[in-house]
Design a protein around this ligand. Structure first.
Ligand SMILES: [Zn+2]
Length: 465
């Protein structure tokens, strides 16, 4: 059984899967899916009910019903496969931020996900899931490091600063805290910094710590790159690693030029923490030996390569305590239709943003026009004098802009330019006269999650898929 491999066996298997190519990868995925489905059916009352009509020995995912976060969370106690886990018990545990990185029931490290992009959820990984996260992260990510980067990291030793939201049992924070808890000798070499702290404080701490690698949300690293460019931050990281938000070309180039190092992005979510690693051509290669990854249309039929999906169904084959099987992740993605020039045997995708974040505006004929937040943001991010911005959809024909200008720029001038570009863009999309107002508030991270969203809707009228 795949779960009994142990760390060395599992690491070797990752190499073998990659070497064997698509045939070896597909064989492992099918075997693991069959095992997980049987396990869930035996141990999870939720799946036992859901799979009542499903024949045994299923390895074709299309035969298996899909599940949503809302349904799973509503049935949490029946969903998990360890009866000692209960929603009220986990909720009580995560209510104390000081317990981050400490085990619950002696073996679990619960993660909370932000409620700002969808339904809030509590995620539990078992020890095998954590092991595969560590192995996939280290082995397939390390293969992306250049020789000079490995040498430079070797010279300076492990010295990682991670800029994440803290205080709420969020994914990045729990992972880093768990590593430190289990390997106390790393405590002085890993710094978890909160993106909710004032920028000046972060700069001060980073100057003191001098990280060899810097990890965090793209928006947080872009902010640090700006501090470095302004001369306040003085660090020389070998590599920057991002996850948790869309990394746009614009943000990537800001981080690279500001911090003077490459950026490697990971495709991760709390439910599927080692989904993909980015190649040098900036495609995310999905680890399909440990994840079933199915881009689908709004009616859950398969989306062909090259076409933007409505959402994606993900199965985490490494986690048995809380099985995510054909789980609606909510990301809109495009699968690269032709082989990636990097030569990876794993499918290449681009993530286009969360479907729940799609912005609906009313058209002249009363129909709804949908806008991808990423696209809307890219329309204004190059406005001269604009440093940071947030665009908030406040209604079906209104938007509010928060802007932070460069020191020598005039807020009114920058706003008028941003408004005129946005209006032209929205009109081109077919939206009828959208009112755009200036918000007197400066841009700031979400007070709940600490993530910095550039574009979102504050009213709940956007479509589910
Ligand atoms: Zn590639």
């Amino acid at each position: 059984m795949s779960e009994s491999l142990g760390p060395i066996g599992a690491a070797l298997d990752l190499y073998r899967a990659q070497r064997e190519g698509p045939t070896g990868i597909d064989r492992r995925r099918q075997l693991r899916l069959g095992e997980l489905v049987e396990y869930a059916r035996e141990r999870s009352p939720y799946y036992r009910r859901l799979y009542r009509g499903l024949p045994s020995g299923v390895s074709d995912p299309h035969l298996i019903p899909w599940v949503s976060k809302r349904d799973l969370m509503a049935d949490f106690d029946d969903w998990v496969t360890d009866p000692a886990l209960t929603l009220s018990g986990v909720r009580d545990f995560v209510s104390d931020p000081h317990r981050v990185g400490r085990p619950y029931l002696g073996r679990y490290y619960p993660i909370t996900t932000s409620g700002s992009t969808g339904e809030p959820a509590l995620i539990i990984h078992d020890s095998h899931s954590w092991l595969m996260l560590a192995l996939l992260g280290r082995l397939r990510m390390a293969a992306r490091f250049e020789r000079r980067e490995l040498l430079a990291i070797g010279e300076r030793g492990v010295r990682m600063a991670a800029l994440f939201a803290t205080g709420g049992h969020y994914g990045g924070e729990v992972f880093a805290a768990k590593v430190v808890h289990e390997h106390p000798w790393l405590a002085s070499r890993i710094r978890i910094l909160s993106v909710l702290e004032p920028t000046g404080k972060l700069v001060e701490k980073l100057n003191l710590f001098q990280p060899a690698t810097l990890a965090g949300y793209p928006s947080a690293l872009a902010l640090m790159a700006a501090e470095q460019a302004a001369g306040r931050l003085r660090i020389s990281p070998v590599l920057a690693r991002t996850a948790g938000e869309n990394l746009t070309d614009e943000i990537r180039s800001r981080i690279t030029s500001g911090l003077g190092c490459r950026v490697i992005d990971s495709y991760a979510s709390s439910e599927a923490p080692a989904l993909g690693t980015e190649c040098q051509y900036h495609w995310q290669h999905i680890n399909t030996d440990w994840y079933v990854f199915e881009p689908v249309e709004a009616d859950y039929s398969p989306t062909p390569p090259g076409k933007l999906s409505a959402t994606v169904l993900v199965t985490n084959l490494a986690n048995r305590v809380q099985p995510f099987i054909r789980y609606d992740l909510g990301d809109r993605i495009i699968v690269k239709p032709d082989p990636c020039p990097c030569g990876s045997p794993f499918p290449a995708v681009r993530v286009m943003g969360r479907s729940t974040n799609l912005l609906g505006f009313v058209a002249a004929d009363g129909a709804e026009v949908q806008v991808i937040p990423l696209a809307l943001g890219s329309v204004i991010e190059h406005v001269p004098g604009l440093h940071r911005f947030q665009a908030i959809r406040t209604g079906s024909s209104s938007l509010r802009l928060r802007i932070q200008t460069e020191p020598d720029a005039d807020t009114a001038v920058v706003f008028m330019e941003a408004r005129s570009r946005l209006s032209a863009y929205l009109e081109a999309q077919g939206a009828a006269a959208v009112r755009i107002d200036l918000d007197p508030e400066p841009p700031r991270p979400d007070p709940g999650s600490g993530k910095f969203h550039e574009v979102w809707s504050e009213t709940g009228t956007e479509p589910k898929h």
